[in-house]
Design a protein around this ligand. Sequence first.
Ligand SMILES: *Cc1c(COP(=O)(O)O)cnc(C)c1O
Ligand code: SF4
Length: 335
Amino acid sequence: MITQEAAGWQQPDWQRQQADLITEPGALLELLGLEPADLPGHLAAAADFPLRVPRRYAALMEPGNPDDPLLRQVLSAPEELHDSPGFGQDPLDEAEHTAVPGLLHKYHGRALLVVTGACAVHCRYCFRRHFPYQTHLSGQRWQQALDWLAGRPDISEIILSGGDPLTLTNRRLAQLLEALAALPHLKRLRIHSRTPVVIPERLDDELLALLAAPRWQTTLVLHANHPREVSEALAARCRLWRNQGITLLNQSVLLAGVNDCTKTLCDLSETLFAAGVLPYYLHLLDRVKGAAHFIVTDDRARILHWQLRGRLPGYLVPRLTREEPGEDAKTVIAG
Ligand SMILES: *Cc1c(COP(=O)(O)O)cnc(C)c1O
Ligand code: SF4
């Protein structure tokens, strides 16, 4: 106990938050004052893909509400164990596009580095839940990806993804960025992360200094799915970051029981904009095994999108997209 606390004193705030986790379905339900209807079912699903919920994120949930949209995204559910035809282990054929371990090259001019397998939170709908991370980027393997990039002057944008790149320490990110900065053809740096949504403190000043460096045109793409995830703590940091020249975008996944509602999606766009973040993509769910209960049909998705177009200015309407294996861009279902 004492050792852990002593170590905690030296860690940045966000790292303490990242370690302050709920990992038991029963504990999460108890925290919210809920009776588990089928705890063995929740436990069995968590055995397959463990529960991981920062306490910081749980604090945004509504106590006493078993259908809370934030809870639904992270609580293991018995439905995950049902087999659903058409929901597989690698729905995007990523194995196919792995140029060297840890580097996905699928789209013109952009390459995606899987810098870690770790995430600050485990989202039940995640398409990477069955991902063979051990074959992806770690330690010395960065060098292989850097060597590949050095020979590809046609790549002008490097996307850090995962897992979640912002689970890495600033020191580790600084090392990676320094190596990437030596490749002159890389102009744009993009980071996709859900960490700031669950731990806003992750957007600390040291990281800002790294990313706002004049070497890069930097975009941070947040992954918020519900307006309540854009807390005031997150919004305050986003405004600061935007003022330092970081482009802020958001991408969401359309999820049944979370955000498949016109009002929720409108609120999300407006809340994001108030924080200086533009909605970018609204993705249709990837058909990954265990996530079938989150599916929203294409027809329903199109109707929701059409309703958004009727209610919001064009710049607050995210593009409705789907990732399809073998295409040379994400497929836009509605723009
Ligand atoms: C989504 C994605 C990108 C980026 O696509 P944009 O349309 O530029 O946002 C790049 N590489 C991979 C592998 C992707 O899945
Ligand atoms: S990769 Fe993204 S969606 Fe998947 S578990 Fe991590 S944070 Fe959640």
